[in-house]
Design a protein around this ligand. Structure first.
Ligand code: SAM
Length: 347
């Protein structure tokens, strides 16, 4: 096992079978060894800095019906909301004062957010805060739309591919959503010059070890600028309400492996990780993650963006508690960066 880990740290690549060997058989001591190598690699490129992103959840209205997601369109118990342009600009104003230099607009696929409306919002954010990055996470849109939003000033786009295995995708989504389309969106985003983030849930229903090994191969080949992975957590109003949640240990192991596969990737310790375990965020950082995304949405809507049961939105997860977050990050020997935190291109 140590030899395999050393090989991964040296070559940044393994055969699928070798990834699987680590996924299936790594002991806690092996995971600690991986994490140590991953953090050394991270520090080579980014030092001890952890980047912060202000997450603005712009709408929980969604035309899609993903089987795992709490804001899926068929969930009648979800109290719907959307933020106005003024609301979003107010979040940015507050976030800027708090020290955020990246704003992430995330939401369901809500037809209200036309290109015209988004162009107006992005343009205003960029005018008001030219030193800030704008990240979008608004799902699948046309190539033309991605192009326009980039031209308006958007810098980055997060679109989790959800699974690198097509057959698995069809078990997590209704028929009108296709794996090919999701992958095509990622390719389009890259072609238009965004810093692109993909990602997947760890322990989603029907996921096997082989599928996780394929996730790693996909990341090795696609080389995303960002990669969002977090444990699957069931939501009471979805098809998968009785499914088990993903594991914090497995998520941390995968974070370490992804860091070694792609040393300069921007890797968040996700809210889902913090939701499943009190010190999940810190464990993620100690496994190789270097980004956290505190919630900057207005307090009145935070509980409504409930992707899974008990999703955290307060405490260190809240942008207003940045000081508490800084302390927690300092307690593991890292510092919160005040920079935009763009991806470093590998040499
Ligand atoms: N609509 C956009 C999209 O499709 O990319 C962005 C919002 S979507 C709710 C953000 C991410 O939440 C998804 O990509 C998915 O991986 C994650 N998510 C949804 N339900 C989840 C669950 N039950 N457990 C963990 N993560 C979940």
């Amino acid at each position: 096992m140590r030899k395999l880990i050393d090989k991964l740290a040296f070559a940044h690549s393994l055969e699928i079978g070798e990834y699987l060997e680590i996924i299936k058989n790594a002991t806690a001591a092996d995971a600690a060894y991986l994490a140590e190598k991953a953090c050394a690699e991270k520090e080579k490129h980014y030092g001890k800095e952890v980047f912060i992103r202000g997450l603005i959840e712009v709408s929980n209205i969604c035309k899609n019906d993903c089987y795992y997601c709490g804001i899926r369109k068929s969930n009648q118990n979800c109290e719907r909301y959307r933020l106005s342009e003024d609301d979003i600009l107010e979040c940015c104003r507050e976030g800027y004062e708090l020290g955020f230099r990246t704003f992430v607009m995330q939401g369901g696929e809500d037809a209200y957010f036309t290109d015209e409306r988004l162009v107006s919002i992005i343009t205003k954010i960029k005018q008001n805060y030219p030193d800030c990055a704008v990240t979008l996470s608004l799902g699948e849109r046309s190539a033309e739309s991605y192009k326009q939003l980039k031209a308006a000033g958007a810098d980055r786009y997060l679109l989790r591919h959800e699974t690198a295995t097509k057959e698995h995708y069809t078990k997590l989504h209704p028929e009108n959503l296709s794996w090919e389309k999701r992958m095509e969106c990622l390719r389009n985003l890259r072609a238009f010059g965004y810093q692109v983030g993909c990602g997947f849930m760890v322990g989603s229903p029907y996921q096997t070890g082989e599928m996780l090994a394929r996730e790693l191969k996909f990341i090795e080949e696609f080389k995303p600028d960002m990669c969002g992975i977090g444990p699957f957590i069931p939501h009471k109003d979805t098809c998968f309400r009785d499914s088990a949640a993903g594991s914090v240990d497995m998520t941390c192991l995968l974070l370490s492996m992804i860091r070694l596969i792609h040393p300069t990737v921007l890797l968040p310790a996700t809210t889902a990780l913090g939701t499943l375990s009190e010190n999940g965020r810190e464990r993620g950082i100690m496994s190789g993650a270097n980004v956290v995304m505190p919630n900057l949405s207005p307090a009145s809507v935070r509980k409504k963006y409930m992707l899974y049961d008990n999703k955290l939105s307060d405490g260190a997860e809240s942008a207003q508690s940045l000081e508490a977050l800084k302390k927690r990050i300092a307690s593991i020997g890292c510092t919160v960066s005040i920079n935009r935190g763009d991806v470093k291109k590998s040499t």
